[in-house]
Design a protein around this ligand. Structure first.
Ligand SMILES: Cc1cc2nc3c(=O)[nH]c(=O)nc-3n(C[C@H](O)[C@H](O)[C@H](O)COP(=O)(O)OP(=O)(O)OC[C@H]3O[C@@H](n4cnc5c(N)ncnc54)[C@H](O)[C@@H]3O)c2cc1C
Length: 252
């Protein structure tokens, strides 16, 4: 049995800094923590994609971006030892490559790579895909799987080489001219600033139907996940207002 969607995600639950509890204590459970402790002691959530799930072995794979010393999940993944305990909630998810579609375009950074690579593995027979993957540099290239169906995949590796996250990906995707294609299904996720620019490219500059596109910010430069999730609705509303204004301008 496999996963229903290729963008399934879970909420990993981390003890906050200075927590009076640990998952190493098998009697600790999330519901009791919330009932018995003040809010600043509750688990802190971080969102991660389920890259794969092996129901027989009762295991899941989660791929973490290690992005320095900041944060909870990245540093945890960099130092965690086999046998350590962690809790999670979920999964959620909503997208997989439709068998009705023959053309796919993926764009994302390393945080979105697990969802993109799971989708590449699940491409329908007879389809083709373009994969724009932003990576740190030539020494940090991710392995890209071959679709089981034999679908054709063209890979565009986009190296940051020190540029700001997302900027090189925006340049590569907008230079490709692919938004002019009709009927392609787009899956675009990663750093929020890149999402803002590619939304404009797709929806305002090229009139790609929103129903053909799965697009969202997975994280934001300079914000911890709690701040990004709290401001996400406002960020999206501002983008939509700017897109509507730009659309009106273009129609005049
Ligand atoms: C649906 C969904 C699925 C996701 N799947 C994955 C996944 O499979 N793998 C994965 O690695 N991430 C994934 N992410 C992104 C992940 O949730 C965020 O990157 C999260 O902020 C990481 O938590 P943290 O504790 O390491 O850092 P935080 O405490 O949240 O942030 C600390 C600092 O690190 C910066 N930062 C956060 N993420 C990155 C990054 N990727 N690169 C550089 N700087 C960063 C922040 O801007 C902040 O300045 C997903 C997000 C969503 C919404």
């Amino acid at each position: 049995m496999g996963l229903e969607f290729t963008d399934h995600y879970i909420k990993l639950l981390f003890p906050p800094a200075g927590a009076s509890w640990s998952w190493e204590d098998p009697t600790v459970d999330p519901a009791t923590l919330r009932e018995t402790l003040p809010r600043d002691q509750w688990p802190v959530m971080r969102t991660y994609t389920l890259r794969s799930w092996d129901a027989d072995a009762n295991t899941v794979d989660v791929d973490f971006v290690v992005h320095g010393d900041a944060g909870l999940a990245g540093p945890w993944a960099a130092t965690v030892e086999p046998g350590a305990r962690i809790a999670f909630a979920g999964p959620g998810g909503s997208w997989r490559p439709s068998p009705e579609v023959s053309r796919f375009i993926f764009a994302g950074d390393e945080a979105a790579a697990p969802a993109i690579l799971a989708a590449v593995e699940a491409l329908p027979a007879g389809s083709s895909a373009e994969v724009f993957l932003e990576e740190e540099d030539a020494d940090h290239e991710l392995e890209i799987p071959v679709p089981a169906s034999g679908a054709q995949v063209r890979i565009h590796r986009v190296h940051r080489n020190g540029a700001i996250h997302g900027s090189e990906l925006v340049r590569a995707v907008t230079a490709s001219g692919l938004a002019a294609e009709q009927g392609a299904s787009w899956f675009v996720h990663g750093v929020a600033e890149m999402i803002r620019d590619l939304r404009r490219y797709l929806f305002v500059d090229n009139g790609v139907p929103k129903s053909d596109v799965s697009i969202s910010g997975y994280w934001r430069l300079g914000m911890i996940e709690d701040e990004w999730q709290a401001g996400k609705r406002e960020f999206n509303a501002e983008i939509e207002a700017a897109e509507a204004a730009a659309g009106d301008q273009a129609a005049r």
